[in-house]
Design a protein around this ligand. Structure first.
Ligand SMILES: [Zn+2]
Length: 292
């Protein structure tokens, strides 16, 4: 599968369960507009481990997208210098209330301008359908990270402190893989809309083809006196019960017949054959009978 190929280029991402909960809570607190913030943590060789986040309280929320303004950065750095002096900004997060997990052009612009380091990631969370995803650099382009490891206790921190790349199997017991998709594709609703639209289009084409290629009934009356055809007036209809309606005339009822009725023409059905007389056997009986 394509997963193995991209794994070598994408950053490995692990996140503290507590940070995950804080991001979700932040996004749910404002279900109409986007919220954003930065991710705090450490880079370790092939990826990042996210250990905290700073909400962008002063981020301008212009309708449906977030912006990192000068004020936002001042607020973020003030908190970072005080509470996380030894950590790094390893990426950012923002919410997509109700429109799925992907990176818009605007998001890509933000990532390229503010989070362009090879290992910096973009975390997207949709609080409406509780879906989340993480995007990172895969060569020249941004792709959805195939595996996100969630650390649910403090056991995974030692690997980060030693500075060595984490052994893949070492902390698996505390981890939970929450994402398996690899590509940053269009949102699901768009795929469904396209599928339904294409099916409806095919259905409409089928109706048009049927109208063109299949024969339509032409109603013709026959003059009973000379056998010539009389063209039915426009608007003449044959109904499913067999009756015919002609504009301007009372409905013509189909001839009715009774299956059990006796035929009016005698001899049209075969008469039952007369019973053949039973052969006489009296003579034989007399011969076999005991003599008196
Ligand atoms: Zn976005």
């Amino acid at each position: 599968m394509a997963k193995r190929k991209t794994d070598q280029r994408q950053p490995r991402v692990s996140i503290e369960g507590e940070v995950l909960r804080q991001i979700r809570q932040h996004a749910r607190s404002n279900s109409k507009t986007e919220v954003c913030g930065v991710l705090i943590g450490a880079e370790n060789g092939s990826g990042v481990s996210i250990s905290a986040r700073i909400p962008g309280l002063n981020a301008a929320q212009a309708g449906t997208y977030v912006t990192f303004t000068q004020d936002t950065w001042e607020h973020i750095y003030k908190i970072k210098d005080k509470e996380y002096p030894d950590e790094r900004i390893v990426g950012w997060y923002h919410s997509h209330p109700g429109f799925g997990v992907f990176l818009s052009d605007h998001d890509t612009f933000i990532h390229k301008n503010f989070f362009s380091s090879a290992l910096q990631v973009a975390w997207v969370y949709d609080p409406h359908n509780d879906e989340e995803g993480c995007f990172g650099w895969a060569g020249e382009r941004l792709a959805r990270v195939s595996e996100i490891r969630v650390k649910d206790d403090k056991g995974g921190e030692e690997a980060g402190e030693t500075g060595k790349p984490e052994p893949v199997g070492g902390i698996d017991e505390n981890e939970e893989i929450v994402e398996t998709e690899t590509e940053a594709g269009p949102p699901v609703w768009l795929k469904w809309t396209l599928t339904v639209t294409s099916h409806l289009l095919l259905l409409a084409l089928g109706f048009v083809a049927a109208w063109i290629f299949f024969p339509r009934p032409i109603i013709v009356f026959v003059n009973p006196y000379n056998g010539t055809a009389i063209e039915a007036p426009a608007g003449t209809r044959i109904h499913s019960d067999g009756s015919v309606s002609v504009p301007g005339l009372p409905d013509l009822q189909p001839p009715s017949f009774d299956r059990n009725a006796k035929p009016s023409v005698p001899g049209s059905t075969p008469q039952p054959a007369p019973q053949a007389p039973a052969p006489k056997s009296d003579g034989g009986k007399d011969q076999n009978a005991p003599r008196k």
